[in-house]
Design a protein around this ligand. Structure first.
Ligand SMILES: [Zn+2]
Length: 88
């Protein structure tokens, strides 16, 4: 298991409890900021995509759609870790 933010190898889980997702409080906070950033980038890309589609720039629209998928996958990864408690 690696830190979702910096990919540092996390130490073996001791005893019971949820597995850790981040190596430090700083990484957990940085991940929360990344979620916000991803969200606004995705929103912008979605606007761009529809603009390009309307203009018939299918290549650009396709690239935007592809980028949206990539960012959403990352967003889901971070949000899922958060939903599981977000404890260190
Ligand atoms: Zn980390």
């Amino acid at each position: 298991m690696k830190c979702l933010k910096c990919e540092t190898e996390l130490p073996e889980q001791q005893g019971a409890g949820r597995p850790r997702k981040y190596c430090s409080d700083a990484c957990q906070r940085a991940a929360a900021l990344e979620i916000k950033r991803l969200d606004s980038r995705i929103a912008k890309l979605e606007r761009d995509e529809s603009t390009w589609r309307v203009r018939g720039a299918d290549g650009y629209a396709k690239n935007a759609a592809h980028e949206i998928k990539r960012l959403e996958a990352r967003l889901v990864q971070l949000v899922a870790a958060d939903a599981e408690g977000g404890d260190l």
